[in-house]
Design a binder for this molecule. Structure first.
Ligand code: IPM
Ligand code: MN
Length: 353
């Protein structure tokens, strides 16, 4: 009997539904070709639903989503909803409650894609950021006192437990080994200032590396220097592991070096549970419904999802199809400048799969 996966789809806001549709189109083509089944079940979580009902995620959502093999997400963010509500109420809540403790963000320049980095090509830009996804200043630890007075105090704590650090490092070391490229894992931190948190990370990094991953070379970079080298010498990197906040920041930098939000994909991974795949770019409200947005990031998310599910051949086929399209078809990755519509780009990739 052929293997069938149950996929929850959360198209979300803005252009999210348009790009998700193309991703599903390509996934269906891949499942037909490679002999596995995919059942899609759609959820309407997002800004529209919130404006209509006042609810971000119903309480039953988490338990329901836990039953799926994976989740495919489009974009969350609505111009009529105050910033923070949907991000915290949907995206971060899913990441936290499904304990997706890894945010995996490949930075790879595909052939034919323009990078703002001078004299750099696909042979220079190919590394992966493993961003810790449950701790740091994202936990909501802190508070405000004397609000509105000249004495107002605002505190937002950088929080890490040994367990969070260890499980993230373990994933990063194993990923580096499996990737089998330069076999180099770089810890990105700030040991010169954030001496409590990064002392923990640095000790745990070397202890684990020495004991269990002697085949993996270890490097350390401060986060500010990491930004510099990501621009000047991206070819140095293989896998970078870092904290939630630093990972958020450096992966936007990484994304722009690989051609921007139209192409950058990511996975929120719980290696022992349900993982969720989402393009790094937002809901791009001004392009909504115009059939001009680039769906390649969402399509790449589909490939990442298949790889995660163990359908490696199908995942590779999608990635190869994307590379053929960027190399030979698209003029530019920006919305409206591709030379093709959103649906046509989906067709181009699906045909090649
Ligand atoms: C990201 C986003 C989110 C984050 C926001 C929308 C909460 O910037 O996925 O990188 O900060 O993690
Ligand atoms: Mn971000």
């Amino acid at each position: 009997m052929k293997k069938t996966y149950n996929i929850a789809v959360i198209p979300g806001d803005g252009t999210g539904p348009e790009v998700t549709r193309e991703s599903v189109k390509v996934l269906k083509a891949a499942s037909g070709k490679y002999g596995f089944g995919l059942n899609f079940h759609e959820y309407d979580f997002g800004g529209e639903r919130y404006l209509r009902t006042g609810e971000t995620l119903p309480d039953s959502a988490i338990d329901e989503l836990k039953k799926f093999d994976a989740i495919l997400l489009g974009a969350i963010g609505h111009p009529d909803v105050k910033p923070g509500i949907l991000e915290k109420g949907i995206l971060l809540r899913l990441r936290f409650e499904l304990d997706q403790y890894i945010n995996l963000r490949p930075v790879k320049l595909y052939p034919g894609v323009n990078t703002p980095l001078k004299d750099k090509g696909p042979e220079h830009i190919d590394y992966v950021v493993v961003r810790e996804n449950t701790g740091d200043v994202y936990t909501g630890s802190g508070g405000v006192t004397m609000k509105g007075t000249p004495h107002e105090v605002a505190i937002q704590n950088m929080v890490y437990t040994r367990m969070q650090v260890d499980r993230c490092l373990k994933y990063a070391f194993e990923y580096t080994r499996k990737r089998n490229k330069k076999k180099t894992l770089a810890l990105c931190g700030k040991t010169n200032v954030l001496t409590y948190v990064f002392d923990l990370w640095e000790r745990a990094f070397h202890e684990m590396g020495e004991k269990h991953f002697p085949d993996i070379k270890r490097e350390y970079y401060h986060v500010d220097a990491t930004c510099m080298w990501m621009v000047k010498n991206p070819e140095w990197f293989d896998v970078i592991v870092t904290t939630n906040m630093f990972g958020d920041i450096i992966t936007d930098l990484g994304a722009i070096t690989q051609g921007g939000m139209g192409i950058a994909a990511g996975g929120n991974i719980n290696p022992e549970g349900v993982s969720m795949f989402e393009p790094i770019g937002g809901s791009a409200p001004k392009y909504t419904g115009k059939n001009v947005i680039n769906p390649l990031a969402a399509i790449s998310c589909g490939a990442m999802m298949l790889e995660h599910l163990g359908e490696e051949k199908a995942a590779k086929a999608i990635e190869n199809a994307i590379m053929d399209v960027t190399a030979n078809k698209l003029k530019d990755l920006a919305a409206g400048k591709m030379g093709y519509s959103t649906t046509e780009v989906g067709d181009l990739v699906a045909e090649r799969v």
